[in-house]
Ligand binder design. Structure first.
Ligand code: HEM
Length: 203
């Protein structure tokens, strides 16, 4: 049975648009697995209803925040000690990594997925070491009927890109990543012309 999808124009939905202009400039787009996206110079992040007003972007990826699936209460206490603040002026680098996981992943029960995600891959235990230098936000896309399941967003200061790459190398070596069937690594820097958006707290 097909699950009905939420509308892409859901009030909580955000659109990440690859276009000629935008508040983030793209320094590199690298497809690790699966089909790529057309190369574009900029990324504009907008609410979906704003999309109807301007010229059509080369591509638009939609996602929305959602509740925690795998995090335990004890892990949440640790994560909450470093709330992720977005749009900090010093964090002029960002990375957007859209991710799709395999059908086998989604066919597993919740406890099997949690086991691979954390007990085996230590996604939270390892990543939490980087909380003080990497701000992040996880958007869910699967329930919007998107090709990608997740849009992962990270911000950090330029001097911390090495730490971010170290974390990514770790995650990509884990058992969890054997279930990733599409992944595109999009590196960005804040466009000089863009004003700062209000600070956003990760839930
Ligand atoms: C500061 C570093 C990071 C921390 C603290 C962190 C923490 C977390 C947590 C707590 C979750 C589970 C949310 C839930 O309970 O549903 C999660 C999910 C996820 N994270 Fe990370 N993460 C970090 C970095 C990364 C990086 C670098 C990537 C690479 C793309 C990534 C990709 C994902 C994905 C795709 C999910 C969704 C997994 C799924 O639901 O199957 N994370 N992360």
């Amino acid at each position: 049975m097909n699950t009905p999808h939420l509308s892409k124009t859901h009030p909580l939905s955000t659109a990440f648009c690859g276009a000629a202009k935008g508040n983030w400039q793209i320094s590199a787009m690298h497809t690790l697995i699966g089909p790529s996206l057309p190369q574009v110079p900029c990324l504009e992040i907008v609410k979906p209803d704003a999309l109807a007003q301007g010229p059509a972007p080369a591509w638009a990826l939609y996602g929305l925040p959602s509740h925690l699936r795998y995090t335990t209460q004890a892990e949440k206490v640790v994560l909450d000690q470093h709330p992720s603040l977005l749009n900090k002026p010093e964090n002029s680098c960002a990375v957007l990594i859209p991710i799709q996981k395999t059908a086998v992943w989604w066919q597993m029960a919740q406890d099997e997925r949690r086991h691979i995600f954390e007990e085996d891959s230590q996604h939270i235990a390892f990543s939490q070491q980087y909380l003080s230098v990497i701000s992040r936000k996880l958007y869910h896309a699967k329930d919007l009927g998107e090709d990608f399941d997740f849009l992962t967003w990270f911000e950090f200061a330029p001097e911390n890109e090495g730490l971010f790459n170290e974390l990514l190398d770790y995650l990509r070596s884990t058992r969890e990543w054997k279930y990733v069937c599409r992944e595109i690594d999009i590196r960005l820097f804040r466009s000089e012309a863009s004003g700062l958006l209000p600070e956003v707290h990760y839930e």
